[in-house]
Design a protein around this ligand. Sequence first.
Ligand SMILES: Nc1nc2c(c(=O)[nH]1)N[C@H]1C(S)=C(S)[C@@H](COP(=O)(O)OP(=O)(O)OC[C@H]3O[C@@H](n4cnc5c(=O)[nH]c(N)nc54)[C@H](O)[C@@H]3O)O[C@H]1N2
Ligand SMILES: Nc1nc2c(c(=O)[nH]1)N[C@H]1C(S)=C(S)[C@@H](COP(=O)(O)OP(=O)(O)OC[C@H]3O[C@@H](n4cnc5c(=O)[nH]c(N)nc54)[C@H](O)[C@@H]3O)O[C@H]1N2
Ligand code: SF4
Ligand SMILES: [Mo]
Length: 694
Amino acid sequence: MRIVRSTCNYCSIACNFDFHVNENDFIERVVPAKNYPVNKGFCCIKGLNLDKQNTIYENPVLPLLKNKKGQFEHISWGEAFNIFANKIKDIQNRYGKESFAFLSTGQLCTEEMALAGHIGRNFLGGNGDGNTRLCMATAVVAYKQSFGFDSPPYTFEDLELSDVAIFIGCNPVVAHPILWRRLVDGRGEDSKLIVIDPRKSETVSNADIWIDLKPKSDLRLLYTLANVLIEKEWIDKEFIKNSTEDFEGFKSHVKKYDINDIEEHTGISKGRILDLAKIIHEGKRVSFWWTMGVNQGYQAVRTAQAIINLALMTGNIGKPGTGANSITGQCNAMGSRLFSNTTGLYGGGEYSNKDRRKVVAEALDIDEDMLPKKSSIPYDQIIEGINKGEIKALWVIATNPAASFINNLEFKKAAEKLEFLALQDIYSDTETAKYAHLILPSTNGLKKEGVLINTERRISKIQPVIPKKENELSDYDIMLGIGEAIGMGKLLEKWRTPKDAFETIRECTKDMPCDITGVEYDDLIVSQGIQWPFRKGEKLDSKERRLFEDKKFYTPSKKAKFIYEDISEMPYEQNKEYPYILSTGRATAGQWHTQTRTREIPAVEAIIVKEGYININTDTAEKLGIRENEKVKVTAPNGLSNNFLVKLTRTVKKDHVFVPMHYIESNSVLPSVFDTYSREPNYKYVPVKIEKIN
Ligand SMILES: Nc1nc2c(c(=O)[nH]1)N[C@H]1C(S)=C(S)[C@@H](COP(=O)(O)OP(=O)(O)OC[C@H]3O[C@@H](n4cnc5c(=O)[nH]c(N)nc54)[C@H](O)[C@@H]3O)O[C@H]1N2
Ligand SMILES: Nc1nc2c(c(=O)[nH]1)N[C@H]1C(S)=C(S)[C@@H](COP(=O)(O)OP(=O)(O)OC[C@H]3O[C@@H](n4cnc5c(=O)[nH]c(N)nc54)[C@H](O)[C@@H]3O)O[C@H]1N2
Ligand code: SF4
Ligand SMILES: [Mo]
């Protein structure tokens, strides 16, 4: 029996595990690591079942090519790479470089996403975006504008050290169970746990205070709260003066948000807002946490910045137990933000920054001209580009857009229009696979190596737990094969192995806020994970690293910026005809996104609902004459419509409904609405009508 330490590649907590593997390479036990500083011996049901992948639903080892009859046939890897190369070359010759695009993910190792970016952007010159656009783009833009760099400042310890923790649009009990566990175990006797969410989520049920605001009224609530804090002078004047810019502008902006109007707009009374302001004022260490209830909105970036502004004005940043803290979702969302070569240079620099271009080109040993001149067009414009006939070839890696993209009918139309769709996945039967011309089957995370960067910026190592079968390739191997077939030759020299790739991109971070020049790849295997920044010459210790302790930010003035804007109208409004606000999100700790992986966990499969369903309030259902397990037709104002199974609950208000994101139906009723600055989809708000199907 051997024991292999590796990292869970589901969510952004990045728990570590010891895998007990017998002589036949069978995993006998999956044990959460006690001595790992993140999970400290705990884990959730997904991690505990990491060995159940490609067991019931096995992936083919060899690639699949769709023949003229529309059936998939096995071909060799050599053939697959040549087909990929010839198709892309042919399409680019006919329609130009930008007729090729790729959609990647936050669920690959950093080295893999970096190599995909090297192939797709540096060499092929196409556009490329990731599912992180559907997830973290709002936080990225908010941090960049406010702090000068995409820099979530916290460590997990801040959860435990906080005496007032405010969660806005997050449901960690379901989505980040270990984070929740640490919070509950570590919190002090008098600490307060506040949740801002329109739905009585699992987290709300365990909180001290529930701010049950109207959907998407967060921005007004946060501006009004800021106004109250300023009027009462419950602010940190010293910090504001020395470490921030444009407080005066912000102060006059929020004056417009009169507390006497608050109840009408948010459903929260004046008295409750005053109480909340007082709790923040009296808190010694106040931390603000947010996820998708904020990021996936119509005015999402400004909402995230309204949270940041509260932390800044009360001086709750850069100190233990504080922060304006966006929690990431996927295991390597942070890696994709910094190293995917889609919206910025490796290491987070701007494409327009001459000095950074030089550093990156040197690290990659390529001509500066090969680096992209501008950010990729975002996800939604890639889909639009396909539907307009401008993009003809798409490479989809470790994401399932046929199910997960907003208004997924648009993706379906696009997929059917493509001349060439190559899909790289650990399953060949995903919703997206139906539209693929070529399927490149890759091994799962148990058989490969690389690094992940978790939500507190901690880099940890994925180790091969069991060996690959004959002909089985990892994502990294597949990308190298593609690179060679398209003729990258010498350009792959710095990318021969995941370790080479890590060392290459590590050099790109020199002197950046995310500088990891001190991290040795091999040290990661035995380390406790390393949080960025970790510069050359720094010594490893067990201290958790928090940003902004020196009260200096990454803007040219070293000051954080107050950023704000007037509140705009939602494109679709709730009215008599469309009286219910529909929102979507995670349903259970055991279900992961489009369920390709978690359908293999027997304990999960045994209890989950098998088809797309809608949570309706029991009283509303009674009024409409709808009963549990009946079907209803749900229609959005733009005509999008689908049928859902009814599950009654009291966790949603009478005029709200909730649809789990894990089923393809969820994105069939959401119109294409995006945040202006981040282009992140508005997954959490559409007015609908509901009709009983007889
Ligand atoms: N089990 C499980 N865990 C996961 C995932 C999974 O699929 N399954 N996915 C991972 C990923 S990639 C991500 S991004 C995270 C997401 O983690 P979360 O963001 O915590 O999950 P969601 O359920 O999408 O949304 C959180 C909450 O936002 C609330 N909300 C909706 N509208 C509003 C609003 O207008 N204002 C406010 N304040 N709140 C609102 C919802 O009611 C919901 O309770 O989870 C990660 N963890
Ligand atoms: N309505 C609604 N839609 C949403 C959301 C919402 O809240 N509401 N949330 C959005 C968010 S936050 C996210 S992050 C996205 C997630 O959306 P997706 O990324 O589409 O969801 P997954 O099911 O995680 O898809 C990952 C795919 O990669 C494959 N895969 C897993 N591991 C590997 C690997 O190592 N290599 C390869 N090659 N493939 C692998 C899986 O089999 C699966 O097909 O969904 C978004 N969509
Ligand atoms: S909390 Fe996240 S990282 Fe930990 S075991 Fe569960 S899915 Fe994996
Ligand atoms: Mo996500």
